[in-house]
Design a protein around this ligand. Structure first.
Ligand code: HEM
Length: 726
């Protein structure tokens, strides 16, 4: 394999006429060709062509999407940094390789592979087909999560590679325009543009959601079975089930805080009277033509797709101006540590739609963090002006949020040694924190971690979040019916637990009313109370009934006139947005599908109701219902199916972003700022900075995301990578 450096210098001997794209779009194309030739194959997307008879999904729709690219000179010097690797001519043609794989797998190894995957495998490269065989074999004979940590990590790495190759589907024309020198944008822009040095619009506000699975048109069965029936029989909370000591209400608020950083689909102005649901009105998802044949329409994100803290900064210039003080880089916050409100009583923060007191307190905390960073930077670098302080502080705060999510929140959500190791490898690499702190990023993503990679990696598909990612994050079951307010004015009891004062119904804590209630409660009492209360479990019949009669809000935080049944709406949304139903979703993620209800759950009562609603047709099972019904892996608060999407997308959020890779350095963050990120390890660290008394007095647990009166993690003398699951 030969390596070529991008260059604009006409005197350089590089064969630039062969490897320079004309536009950002072409550049993306070249990355595709590069990747494809590297692996000696064309890119495959698994099309969801379930047969009419409905017996099982047929992967006959699997299509090869070959990528082409024009090659013309690049104009800028900065592109010298990015290396284009050109592979030698493959010894066999792609056709021949595919033919060999087909013969090999259909005739020899096919018998070891579940019927539903034959066609998909026959379209893979030989390497991928063998890797698939490996994970498939583990799926069949042994559960991967029961493997020793090191073997489990290998399984997950192989799986992630397969999904990076087969589950990233671009939607719409990637935005193109004049390429810029990323050196001119060493900061996160208001709308997320210029986040990708090769594609200035990628991941910005108003761009299409990508796909992990090809869309499945369900126009003829939007109401089959009726979403109201599905919601009432399988989702509505009958008795509150919580997560025990594993996750608290801060953890539930945290993920909503993240969702408001990441996704929200655009809705049009007109009310959709023609929608199939008749008992309540709602806006249909606005679909835009992509101008392409493979995925014809798509929805756009009103937030930026990047992990850029839009929940506190907003996703456009207007909101950004509203939240900034324009003095010393700081953001607006009230004297009492809560969000300021505008003249209409609407809180001032990056994202305020469909929010509640729990999310507001996290916004408060991270606005304080941003402002503290501004102070620290100003002290260290007095010459920095308001704009420069703001830009650096935003980069630093966003990285702190991403780090906490990766090595604190996710670790509590997927509480196993394997995932503790996996998440730390994503941030610090296999060599670990001490090594990275001393020697910097060494090696590739495995040894050195995704963060600090020499260049961003998008696997040939411009970075976006995806429809399927949104669907697996439909987790409203995390919310309880009431908040248990604690008395913080008396000495805490056993394990730092403050006594219960009163129960506040959740509807009193949402929207405008919620802001008023929060100002009476105060930051400390709200935060301590959330810390000591377990959040809801992601299970069937645990959807809060108060969300089934909800006044939803517009982007500007104003109440909409109609109440909605959010549970029924969510079932409808997945179908409307062409997200595959549960079984098809699993197949497309190369997970063994279910063939009977007993494969999904051991709960006999649940099986009865599933049969009532869906009959014997497991293919009809809605995604959200399947995710809730699925028997959970020990230590996991979410389903295995959801986890596979996380495995792919959590890594992608880091590796595709230049501010976590090529621009994760002292130049962009400042020396002080880089140190700030590197020395912050958890939410507790941030809390300690701004409210040191909270940890000292009320937190007994190791993580601020587990219920605070739980015991701290016991020390384990066995090195992490050598552990076995308990
Ligand atoms: C009081 C708290 C909450 C309220 C009032 C609320 C309300 C809403 C509403 C009205 C929608 C839009 C429904 C539609 O038109 O399709 C929505 C979507 C969503 N919510 Fe929540 N939610 C809350 C908490 C949460 C939590 C804790 C999560 C956890 C992850 C969550 C995740 C989502 C997701 C993933 C969507 C889909 C995004 C989209 O359609 O673009 N929400 N929520």
């Amino acid at each position: 394999m030969t390596e070529r450096i991008w260059t604009s210098d006409p005197n350089k001997p590089n064969p630039k006429e062969e490897c320079s794209p004309q536009s950002a779009e072409d550049f993306t194309g070249i990355q595709d060709v590069h990747r494809d030739s590297l692996h000696g194959r064309a890119r495959v997307s698994l099309a969801p062509a379930r047969s009419q008879e409905g017996a099982r999904m047929n992967l006959a729709g699997t299509r090869l999407r070959a990528m082409f690219a024009k090659r013309t000179p690049l104009p800028c010097d900065w592109q010298r940094e990015y290396v284009y690797k050109e592979s030698k001519k493959p010894r066999f043609s792609r056709k021949a390789m595919t033919f060999i794989t087909k013969i090999l797998f259909n005739n020899i190894l096919g018998r070891f592979i579940h019927d539903d995957f034959h066609e998909a495998v026959s379209s893979m490269t030989i390497t991928d087909a063998f890797l698939f065989l490996m994970v498939h074999w583990v799926d069949k004979v042994e559960k991967w999560h029961r493997l020793p940590v090191i073997l489990g990590l290998i399984y997950l790495a192989v799986r992630r590679r397969l999904h990076q190759h087969y589950n990233l589907i671009s939607v719409g024309k990637s935005p193109s325009g004049v390429r810029v020198n990323p050196g001119d944008y060493k900061y996160r822009t208001a709308d997320g543009s210029y986040g990708d040095p090769f594609n200035e619009g990628a991941g910005s506000q108003g761009t299409f959601f990508g796909r992990n699975i090809m869309p499945v048109d369900q126009t003829d069965k939007l109401k089959k079975p009726d979403p109201m029936v599905v919601a009432t029989k399988l989702l509505t909370r009958t008795q509150y089930k919580d997560t025990g000591k594993q996750l608290n209400m801060i953890a539930a608020s945290w993920i909503q805080f993240m969702i408001h950083d990441w996704v929200e689909l655009i809705a049009p102005k007109e009310v959709a009277n023609k929608c199939p649901l008749t008992s309540f009105k709602f806006y249909p998802t606005k679909e835009f033509s992509t101008g392409f044949d493979d995925v014809k329409t798509g929805a756009k994100n009103i937030r930026t797709h990047w992990w850029d803290g839009s929940v506190i900064y907003g996703s456009d210039k207007e909101r950004l101006q509203k939240v900034r003080t324009l003095v010393d880089g700081k953001l607006k916050i009230s004297e009492d540590g809560l969000l300021q409100q505008d003249e209409d009583g609407i809180p001032i923060s990056g994202d305020i739609k469909n929010s509640w007191a729990g999310v507001s307190t996290l916004q408060d905390l991270f606005i304080k963090e941003h402002n503290a960073i501004c102070d620290a930077l100003k002290k260290e670098y007095p010459a920095l002006n308001d704009e420069e302080l703001y830009r650096h502080a935003r980069l630093i705060t966003s990285a702190v949020i991403a780090k906490i999510h990766t090595i604190d929140w996710t670790v509590e959500l997927l509480k196993t040694d394997m995932l503790l190791a996996g998440m730390r490898i994503n941030w610090y690499g296999f060599l670990g924190k001490k090594f990275k702190d001393t020697f910097g990023h060494v090696g590739g993503s495995t040894l050195g971690g995704l963060v600090g990679l020499k260049k961003p990696i998008n696997h040939g598909v411009p970075y976006t979040l995806t429809e399927e990612f949104t669907s697996v994050y439909r987790m409203h079951q995390l919310l309880p019916d009431s908040m248990h307010l604690r008395n913080i004015n008396v000495t805490p009891g056993l394990n730092k637990s403050p006594p219960l004062l009163e129960e506040v119904p959740m509807p009193d804590l949402i929207g405008h009313k919620g802001e008023k209630t929060l100002s009476q409660i105060g930051f400390t009492r709200q935060f301590v109370s959330m810390g000591h209360q377990a959040c809801g479990a992601l299970e069937l019949c645990n959807y809060p009934s108060w969300l089934q009669d909800l006044v939803a809000q517009d982007v500007d935080g104003k109440d909409r006139p109609d109440h909605v049944d959010l549970a029924a709406l969510e079932v409808y949304r997945d179908r409307e947005r062409k997200v595959a139903r549960y079984n098809q979703f699993r197949r497309n993620l190369l997970l063994i599908p279910i063939s009977k209800w007993e494969d999904l759950t051991e709960d006999k009562e649940a099986i009865e109701v599933l049969k009532e609603v869906y009959g014997d047709d497991v293919e009809e099972l809605d995604l959200m219902v399947g995710l809730m019904a699925e028997k959970k892996i020990k230590g996991f608060a979410i389903s295995e199916t959801s986890f596979i999407v996380f495995l792919l997308m959590a890594s992608r959020r880091l590796e595709a972003d230049r501010f976590f890779t090529s621009d994760f350095n002292e130049e962009a963050y400042t020396k002080k700022g880089f140190e700030w990120v590197n020395t912050t390890e958890s939410l507790k660290d941030v809390l300690n900075r701004h409210y040191p008394e909270i940890s000292k007095k009320w937190i007994n647990s190791t993580s601020a995301f587990s219920v605070w009166d739980s015991p701290p993690n016991a020390p384990n003398p066995i090195p992490l990578y050598l552990r076995f699951p308990s």
